[in-house]
Design a protein around this ligand. Structure first.
Ligand code: PEP
Length: 254
């Protein structure tokens, strides 16, 4: 049995000014457990990356929320993988449902971004998830398998091991509706079995798979008690630094 270090990732989305971001960082610095106990990550707006990286403290990691898959070019308003990397980010969120749904990102673009991440030595946090109609018509496994198959196309075992997968049912993001811990765990087990199909059991047992979707301080513990849930990707509730510390503390006890 492999020990998978739990992960708490806060997705700030398009929230926080420079001053608010600094206030958060100063409030949590010094209170973070070591990264071999919990990997604590802030997914920050690109414009704040550099500022946060300079002040992140030794046990906090910084992720970007998006990047283009091309090395460089005439793509006004976009950030390149090299820009994200040289701003100091270590992780990159890829395929968040808001990117897929609002900005029409496709599974194929997600795969291109996975390869761009590895090329620039950024660890992907790959988001997958189903819409409500998919869940209700019992097609969740099929849809997630398909998202995984395309996202991991031509990704090697070594690269897969660097990836964190976040299972985020779209109907649970920002809606206050959470999957029950049992439902989330069953689906995450299916995700792991698909990864085992792609890379073998040995690799699949080492990949961290997070749950995301209306995680709050009062449901994090029940979620983390489940066998296959290795942490959480949290939006709204993790904007508050006290909550973030509570999430990290809960993960420390997993
Ligand atoms: C997210 O942004 O990935 C997310 C899960 O948001 P929330 O926790 O607000 O549902």
């Amino acid at each position: 049995m492999h020990k998978r270090v739990p992960v708490i990732a806060a997705n700030w989305k398009m929230f926080k000014t420079k001053d608010e971001a600094l206030e958060f960082i100063f409030a949590v610095n010094g209170h973070m457990p070591s990264t071999d106990q919990v990997e604590s990550i802030i997914c920050a707006p690109a414009i704040l990356l550099n500022l946060l990286v300079k002040r992140e403290g030794e046990n906090l990691r910084i992720a970007a929320q998006n990047m283009h898959y091309k090395d460089e070019g005439a793509f006004t308003g976009e950030n390149s993988p090299a820009q994200v990397k040289t701003a100091g980010a270590e992780y990159i969120l890829i395929g968040h449902s808001e990117r897929r749904n609002i900005f029409n990102e496709t599974d194929e673009e997600v795969n291109l971004k996975m390869h761009a991440a590895f090329k620039y030595d950024l660890a992907p946090i790959l988001c997958i998830g189903e819409e409500l109609d998919v869940r209700e018509s019992n097609q969740t496994k099929q849809v997630l398998d398909n998202q995984l198959e395309i996202a991991f196309k031509n990704v090697t075992k070594e690269q897969a091991l660097k990836t964190i997968v976040a299972y985020e049912p779209v109907w649970a993001i920002g809606t206050g509706k959470t999957a029950t811990p049992q439902m989330a765990n069953e689906t995450i087990k299916d995700v792991r079995s698909k990864l085992a199909h792609l890379y073998g059991n040995e690799v699949a047992m080492q990949i961290r798979i997070l749950y995301g979707g209306s995680v709050k301080t009062d449901n994090i513990e029940a979620l983390l008690e489940e066998s296959d849930i290795d942490g959480a990707l949290i939006g709204g509730a993790a904007l508050d630094h006290n909550n973030f510390l509570k999430f990290v503390e809960a993960a420390k006890n997993k």
